[in-house]
Design a protein around this ligand. Structure first.
Ligand code: MG
Length: 379
């Protein structure tokens, strides 16, 4: 099975009541510190069964969405939801066997709901999550209840709705209409298996849903902090590399790699938050291939590891301890370089420095120490 998620977010979000000329649609508003659509993408990007992600948006929002995740396939939406999904179906990679079509405004979809849809696709051409109707139902008109309506056999539809790619393409090619893709599939004669949905899998529709989604996300949020510490001694040379920035100096730092003491402390802080060893374990100094290596290799590895474990980096704080060289003039360049490597925005990365009042080995200018903290949040 090669599965591509198609996340549909081309709507203008007028029902959420925020659309003014200068306002963005609801899928770009923030919940729990991250845009709704970015959170929705995260749910699929961190799920091991998903191979590719197509995100369907209005062309005006393409660039914004590309910044949410490095590997998504952007796709322009159409005038209707059906047209947007059809565009998404045309954009999936050629080796795709199944698609999961999901509302961009459902950012809380639990991984076990995705699991159940994928499992059901093993023995069915289509599968989708739904919940039972527990409230009584009435027909109403002008605020008057007219008649009770039977709720037997009714279900509340959710997404992601999963299909064999050929089956759903065929359904979309027919002149039929429905509110969602399962509706189209049923009318096209495709057998759809229903699996258990989740009350957490809400669709953000009205303004009150933002608070509800925030509560759901925060309830399930796994927040971890790690710390790192490193020291390298000075040796003869003419510059030090700190956070990937070369700073001219009357010495260089001695080490197996480029001896970037600050980047090592940051990398170890991320490994620490994951409780997964340290740089020395992932990149043994006994291995000659890391001799003289630029330390961004280590940091990129830690960031990727965090991602595959389902975490994003919320912030990084690093303190460099030395008498010389002066760090302040280079701190912004260091933060910008770390932002480029980690994909974390520069406002969430701090680099600062202190002397140790000429005390100890740093005070005697024998070397540089660095300590760092990193906070990781489950995505
Ligand atoms: Mg080191």
């Amino acid at each position: 099975m090669n599965i591509c998620a198609i996340i549909v977010a081309a709507g203008r979000g007028t029902r959420a009541g925020y659309l003014a000329d200068d306002a963005l649609p609801k899928q770009f508003r923030y919940i729990a510190g991250r845009p709704v659509l970015a959170r929705t993408i995260d749910r699929f990007a961190t799920h091991p069964a998903i191979d590719q992600i197509v995100v369907v948006t209005h062309p005006d929002h393409r660039e914004r969405v590309m910044g949410y995740h490095p590997d998504i396939i952007p796709c322009d939406g159409g005038h209707t939801r059906k047209a947007s999904v059809a565009n998404g179906l045309a954009a999936v990679p050629g080796d795709t066997t199944h698609v999961l079509i999901h509302d961009g405004a459902r950012p809380c979809v639990p991984h076990d709901v995705i699991d159940r849809v994928v499992d059901a696709l093993g023995s069915s051409p289509a599968a989708a999550p739904a919940l039972a109707v527990t409230d009584a139902l009435w027909h109403t008109e002008n605020r008057r209840a007219l008649a009770p309506a039977p709720r037997d056999h009714l279900a509340r539809a959710q997404t992601p709705q999963g299909f064999e790619i050929a089956a759903i393409r065929d359904a979309h090619a027919q002149q039929i209409d429905a509110d969602d893709d399962v509706g189209l599939a049923i009318r096209a004669g495709i057998d759809v298996t229903v699996v258990e949905g989740s009350e957490d899998n809400i669709k953000i529709t009205g303004p009150e849903d933002f608070a509800r989604a925030t509560r759901i996300l925060e309830n399930h949020m796994d927040i971890r902090t790690g710390t790192g510490f490193d020291v390298h001694r000075f040796t003869d040379g003419d510059g030090v590399i700190l956070c990937g920035v070369l700073i001219p100096h009357s010495a260089r730092l001695l080490g197996h790699s480029d001896a970037d003491v600050a980047m090592h402390a940051i990398t170890d802080a991320i490994y620490g938050a994951l409780a997964d060893g340290d740089i020395g374990q992932h990149f043994p100094p006994s291995d000659p291939q890391w001799k003289g290596a630029a330390s961004d290799i280590f940091l990129r590895h830690a960031v990727e590891l965090a991602k595959t474990r389902g975490f994003s980096i919320s912030n990084i704080d690093c303190t460099i301890l030395c008498e010389e060289p002066k760090i302040g003039p280079h701190a912004l360049a260091m933060r910008q370089n770390l932002a480029t490597i980690t994909g974390v925005s520069v406002e969430r990365i701090s680099v600062k420095a202190t002397t140790t009042e000429r005390l100890g080995f740093t005070g005697r200018k024998e070397g540089i120490a660095a300590q760092a903290a990193a906070t990781l949040i489950s995505t």
